[in-house]
Design a protein around this ligand. Structure first.
Ligand code: FAD
Length: 453
């Protein structure tokens, strides 16, 4: 298994639960810490969702499962290394990079991917710590998915509201000194097309320290016609139940007058970014020019020609995640996934690559919640078990992974190593008088924990 996020761990779980084919699973990850985006994506204040790590942990502690941390596929080990040490390889490497908006000014300092901000508040060791000074009063977050709402919520919360979470101390201190007062959320389409879910929207609307401003005219939609043939406009016709719940919540919010709370979140539907403006001389974001949009009669998005400038000093884009090609593994550069048939990797001619499988976001793209990866993994495991006799024939005598790692002179960590980081994070929380865990940040802190505890 390459990748110890939910997809990799659920795949290992399904493999070790069955009794038909005796097997052992190595789960490799480039990081010494398991759980992928459960650790480095799920927002720190979503404690209940983060609790899924307790279930994933049981899989890593299974006697037939071994966690091998600090080993990157493509950087440390090749496909050939794994092909001689295992009967099958499942790629579960997620969708690690952000998509771009494709507007001028996107590379200005202060224009960043939500991924960078998420990495920062989740303490990803690759993160650059000085990137987020939060020394501007207005910020725009572009996107209408759950990640965008996470980012808005963290920006709009006070440090006190986050103190009990595992957010790294350095990030908490920057948030405590934050000058951000207004966060604009921009969605190209309307409230019924937004991809965020009702629980995330409820969390945003429940912020005690921020007024969430919904413009009444943007939610002035007759809820009795939505999702029916009677709906007059194309954007009101094919609408899910979840979208109708969002509409109800937004309509209720639009009726609440702002209460003058310290922070303000403004929701702008039907608004797309056109250009990120830079400050003369300093080359830093000084504004965001946007255009109002609408849907044409065929349901296509079009600009209305109405432009405005938001006076923001930072722009965070959250317009989707994309998979990264893996060396020697087929890749669909349009869909940014590994092509497959029920989990079996396919080459450019559509032929099955024997012994190679995929699971999770690298298989189906960056969609769905953590639990979606469980049923997805089950599909891949079904295919792998069907192929098991053939796979054994193809590699009758696999060499131990340790030998491959030794031959390559690769230092790596194990599950015990992760437990040392885990213990150090609990100790760090106790020292600071903060919750159950405070994330260590940076590679040096990880190395120290791996060596010392
Ligand atoms: C910011 C964010 C917040 C989210 N919040 C929620 C939420 O609150 N609730 C929810 O249900 N879902 C949430 N999701 C969705 C959920 O995290 C995903 O469905 C899930 O993590 C996808 O699992 P995965 O295993 O495919 O990928 P990942 O979780 O990304 O795991 C991939 C793993 O592969 C490793 N890896 C990558 N490349 C290599 C390599 N070359 N060699 C070795 N290892 C490698 C990575 O280090 C990582 O550990 C969120 C997603 C994001 C982006």
């Amino acid at each position: 298994m390459i990748g110890s996020g939910p997809a990799g761990v659920y795949t290992a779980d399904a493999l070790t639960r069955q009794r038909r084919v005796p097997l052992r699973v190595d789960i490799l990850d480039r990081l010494p810490t398991p759980y992928g985006l459960v650790r480095y994506g799920v927002a720190p204040d979503h404690l209940k969702i983060k609790g899924v790590a307790r279930t994933l942990r049981r899989v890593l502690e299974h006697p037939d499962v071994r966690f091998v941390g600090g080993v990157g596929f493509g950087t440390d080990l090749t496909r050939a290394d794994l092909a001689r040490s295992h009967h099958a390889v499942v790629y579960a490497t997620g969708a690690g990079v952000d998509r771009r908006m494709g507007v001028p000014g996107e590379d200005l300092p202060g224009s960043l991917a939500a991924t960078d901000f998420v990495n920062w508040y989740c303490g990803h060791p690759d993160n650059e710590w000085d990137r987020f000074a939060l020394d501007t009063e207005e910020v725009a977050v572009v996107g209408a998915g759950n990640v965008a709402l996470d980012v808005v919520r963290i920006l709009a919360k006070t440090a006190d509201e986050l103190r009990h979470t595992d957010i790294p101390q350095a990030a908490l201190e920057v948030l405590a000194a934050s000058r951000v007062r207004t966060v604009h959320l921009l969605a190209r389409r309307g409230p019924l097309q937004a991809k965020f879910t009702a629980p995330e929207l409820r969390d945003l609307l429940a912020l005690p320290g921020a007024d969430v401003v919904v413009r009444p005219e943007q939610v002035d939609i007759d809820p009795t016609t939505v999702g029916t043939d009677r709906a007059e406009r194309p954007e009101l016709r094919e609408v899910s139940r979840a979208a109708r719940t969002n509409l109800r919540l937004l309509r209720e919010q639009a009726e609440r007058p702002p209460e003058g709370r310290p922070r303000r979140v403004e929701l702008h539907f039907w608004t797309r970014p056109e250009e990120i403006l830079g400050q003369q001389g300093q080359g830093r974001v000084s504004g965001l020019r946007v255009e109002r949009t609408r849907m044409d009669a065929d349901g296509r998005l079009e600009g209305t020609g109405e432009h405005t400038v938001l006076d923001v000093g930072m722009v965070l884009r959250s317009v989707g995640y994309a998979g990264v090609p893996l060396e020697g593994v087929p890749f669909d550069s349009d869909g940014r996934t590994v092509p497959h048939d029920r989990g079996r990797v396919l080459d450019a001619e559509g032929r099955v690559v024997s012994g190679d499988y995929v699971a999770g976001w690298i298989k189906r793209g960056a969609t769905g919640v953590i639990g979606t990866n469980k049923s997805d993994a089950a599909g891949t495991v079904r295919a792998l078990l069907e192929d098991a006799p053939k796979l054994r024939e193809a590699v009758p005598d696999p060499v131990p992974l340790e030998r491959v790692l030794d031959e390559r002179g690769l230092a790596h960590s194990d599950y015990e190593g992760w437990l040392r980081i885990d213990t150090a994070e609990a100790g760090h929380a106790a020292e600071l008088g903060r919750g159950e865990r405070v994330k260590l940040h940076g590679w040096d802190a990880y190395r120290k924990a791996l060596e010392e505890n």
